[in-house]
Write a protein that binds this ligand. Structure first.
Ligand code: FMN
Length: 199
């Protein structure tokens, strides 16, 4: 009898249950200490793990911008200034922008390259969303809190200009990362709407 197979099966079952635990325990969570820093090596690891997402045609469409320290406030100021030109951002929302990104020690912007081919562009955005989920799951595994936020489209140009991204990059996620001091309850999931076709 080949015991290696038994060991691999047992190891596989342990890994699968650990992965399931991490997937279920990830929460959108901004309950963090805003200045409890995350080591650069940890952020680099998250970004490297992001790049293991599946990607049709291997276009590697993701781009990353890490905001830490005073760059977070500068980003907020840049967006507040961009928001002044936009009537759809309410004044109370605009006034919160300068301090909004100070709520976590790291704000990670994830961009996707937008291909001129609409099919590739759509699949590339899908791949980048998968890369974002890799980051959230890896962060959960490392004990971090994470939060996938979005940017109103009217602020994309301001964000691009701040981050030095060209007009062919769209933001997919603004991820707040930090060390948790609390955790929200999980929004319950209903049963997955699934159709089984077997013949
Ligand atoms: C594309 C995308 C954009 C999101 N943008 C926001 C956002 O701007 N603000 C927010 O509070 N949550 C945002 N979320 C997080 C969802 O609100 C969150 O996933 C949902 O409430 C379920 O909670 P859970 O992530 O803890 O399971 C976003 C999620 C996705 C996938």
């Amino acid at each position: 009898m080949d015991h290696t197979d038994d060991l691999n099966l047992a190891y596989g079952a342990t890994v699968a249950s650990t992965v399931a635990d991490v997937l279920r325990s990830r929460r959108t969570n901004l309950q963090v200490k805003p200045d409890d820093e995350i080591a650069r090596a940890d952020i680099e690891l998250l970004i490297e793990l992001a790049t293991w997402a599946p990607n049709h045609k291997r276009t590697w469409p993701w781009r990353f911008t890490v905001l830490q320290g005073s760059a977070r406030a500068r980003f907020g100021e840049a967006l507040a200034s961009a928001a002044q030109q936009v009537s759809t951002i309410a004044p109370d929302k605009r006034s919160k922008l300068p301090t909004k990104y100070l709520r976590s020690p790291v704000v990670l912007l994830v961009w996707t390259h937008v291909s001129s081919d609409p099919v590739v562009a759509r699949e590339d955005r899908d791949a980048t969303a998968a890369a974002v989920q890799n980051i959230l799951i890896a962060a959960t595994g490392l004990g971090m809190a994470s939060y996938w936020g979005s940017l109103p489209e009217v602020l994309w140009d301001g964000a691009r200009e701040f981050a030095g991204q060209d007009s062919d990059a769209d933001p997919v996620a603004l991820i707040y990362l930090g060390w948790p001091i609390g955790k929200p309850l999980a929004p319950p999931r209903g049963p997955a709407d699934t159709t089984w076709l077997t013949q």
